[in-house]
Design a protein around this ligand. Sequence first.
Ligand code: HXC
Length: 257
Amino acid sequence: SDYETILVERRDAVTLVTLNRPQALNALNAQILSELLDAMRAFDADSTQGCAVITGSAKAFAAGADIKEMQEMDFAAMYGGDHFSGWDAFTRTRKPIIAAVAGFALGGGCELAMMCDFILAADTAKFGQPEIKLGVTPGMGGSQRLTRAVGKAKAMEMCLTGRMIGAEEAERCGLVARIVPADDLVEEAVKTAQTIAAMAPLAVKANKEMVNAAFDTTLAQGVQFERRLFHGLFGTADQKEGMTAFVEKRPGNWTGR
Ligand code: HXC
């Protein structure tokens, strides 16, 4: 690939994206955003790819939005340019994305991890929203996604004090799906992604869409949405194949139709 701030590798049906601005602890600047969006668009459009993993380095997943890039910006530049709205496109990716987090996931780094579908954390992971210490607030969705993930008490404490939480605390409060030893993080994330990529592709998209709907709907609307999508899958060949394969005691052979 021609990217400068990320590395993209294909591991069979899994796209592995490594954030690669080590000199700035993977701080998220305009270039890394544009390269990441481009890579995720290509991933979503590529029918050979079923799941993505985003990771950083052993020291930092990402230490935030790029403070040096924002330092001199004024209200007109921020509001006029709708700064950070570019990240909305990332959340419109329809195939699953796993965040594999080791080291610091701070500010925008924590927010990027939370924009992914779930987080696998190395035992070295540290999450925080330290923007308060810079005289501002989260700006990439952190106040909303963190609150939904961990509840008001912990989100409020983290946003108001900038306190970082480690992997254990993050798992306990529901921010991360699972903790893995740092040395195994990327391999374990890729393996998990390969498990997902081996499922029926339409069912994968439907499951992602459905779980995300829980954050935007009432319970009754969400249950209705689930049921309609569930019904819809009975129009697919892969539903027939999946249930036939179960009855015949063999693995499903998916066509994505
Ligand atoms: C730009 C950053 C950066 C960032 C680190 N660097 N974080 N550059 N933006 N967010 C740069 C440092 O300036 C330094 O460059 C190099 O990366 C190494 O960092 P050090 O600070 O020397 O490393 P260390 O002492 O190990 O400390 C690690 C750290 C610290 C605790 C993670 O870097 C840190 O506190 N970073 C900022 C975390 C933060 O506040 N994030 C939130 C950003 S705001 P040089 O050139 O000096 O060697 C945000 C939300 C946006 O994300 C919402 C609006 C603000």
